[in-house]
Design a protein around this ligand. Sequence first.
Ligand SMILES: Cc1cc2nc3c(=O)[nH]c(=O)nc-3n(C[C@H](O)[C@H](O)[C@H](O)COP(=O)(O)OP(=O)(O)OC[C@H]3O[C@@H](n4cnc5c(N)ncnc54)[C@H](O)[C@@H]3O)c2cc1C
Length: 448
Amino acid sequence: MPFDYDLVIIGAGSGGIAAAERAAGYGVRVAIAEQAKVGGACINYGCIPEKLLDYAASYKQLDKLASSYGWDKVARHFHWSHFVDAKNRHLQHLNELHLHNLQHSGAKLIQGQAAFLDAHTVLIADRPVTADKILIAVGAKPLIPEIPGIECAITWRELYNLPAQPKHLAILGSDPIGVKVAGSMNELETHVTQIIAGDCVLAELDAEIGKRIQDKMIQQGVQIFSHSYVEKIERIGDRFCLKLSGKYTDSVIVDTVFVDAPRKPNLENLNLEQVGIQRTPSGAIQVDEFSRTTHVNVFAVGDCTDRIPLTPSAIAQARAFADTEFGGQPQMVSYDWVPISISSHPEAATVGLSEAQAREKYGDAVQCYRTQFRPLFYCLSQLNEKSLLKVVVNRDDAERILGVHMLGEGSVEMIQTLAIALSLGATKQNLDRAIGIHPSSAEELFSM
Ligand SMILES: Cc1cc2nc3c(=O)[nH]c(=O)nc-3n(C[C@H](O)[C@H](O)[C@H](O)COP(=O)(O)OP(=O)(O)OC[C@H]3O[C@@H](n4cnc5c(N)ncnc54)[C@H](O)[C@@H]3O)c2cc1C
């Protein structure tokens, strides 16, 4: 019996949309199921709203600098509701753009929740739809810690649509999302208290960068309670009292509690057991390097698998899947040089191995070059802003670069292109011989 479609995709987020458009481009019949708004986490409550909030917050720093460049001082006020409205208008535009592009590609969007009936059939909004191949691209959801009273907390799903700006925000956790939110909300004059289990935020980053970000956050007014845990949350009228244990045992009273929850694959109600699709020990869908699951005609990409949980990684996996299965060009995704940005204040970016990871792998052959400098942009002001660049190399391999870590203005844009050079095997000597752009922060990389 012929199938309704060649490919059915479950989830119209970053990965699902990229797969639909690429596969449809090869002339195959594609349907894509979405239970909520198209665009997934990235557009609706992830990368885009988070970055827009970061831009909103960056005006504070610009205002501080403007008078040193001869501008009059002006009193500005931030209006949360204006920001939320403007942000939502842009998100609406992005949603419409995705809908238009999907339609233009020829893929059929079916609105509704999907679940497997068998390996070739999914039920979408009570209607069975059959396909030769099925791609799971359902993303992830927050893994809420088990703390009494946690039901009053919000996550990144709610933050960007709060009806009013929090006056005092507690952030539970120390991962990139929590750090970005802490930095932005603090600049927007919300009082932020961040409660972290470890010594320092951003444990995954190079320790020097993490420590510098934390010091800067504290200097800017974020209250960080390290080695501390929230034992319970009690509602007191319209506020919340957090009882702490660990290094800090004071109670904290706030009006909003934000959980920087880790993300876990969004697999409930999919009926995966029906088709015998296996999971990894962490609960993600098990896939090989071609995004094949343990069932021959079922595939998975993006945050529901155990690979790097970022938008470009989901898109790369999705396109590689479509090229392999429908385009006759088998493709694997390389994760060796994935650049990562942190929109802290100032921003940070990193690619490759941290110093600690490099030492674990290459021991004493590891050497670090670092430079700290005051970008010209700040030199007319009293602000003592310093940028940090750190390059980790392997001395036993012609000083091949193992990792680059940056903190300061322009880091994100610099790392992006530098990652390509690193993937081609760049050495410290290549940096030394490069001719930089003057004046710029990037030129500091070439004279370390
Ligand atoms: C707060 C936050 C900030 C982030 N910041 C960044 C960043 O700065 N840079 C970056 O690269 N990445 C960032 N990410 C990660 C990025 O958003 C994800 O890696 C990316 O969205 C993953 O794409 P995906 O296609 O796997 O899942 P998603 O984009 O989440 O899409 C999954 C889709 O599947 C739908 N779905 C789920 N189950 C079903 C079902 N049964 N039936 C039908 N539809 C279903 C969902 O509604 C959703 O639309 C951030 C994430 C968060 C949460």
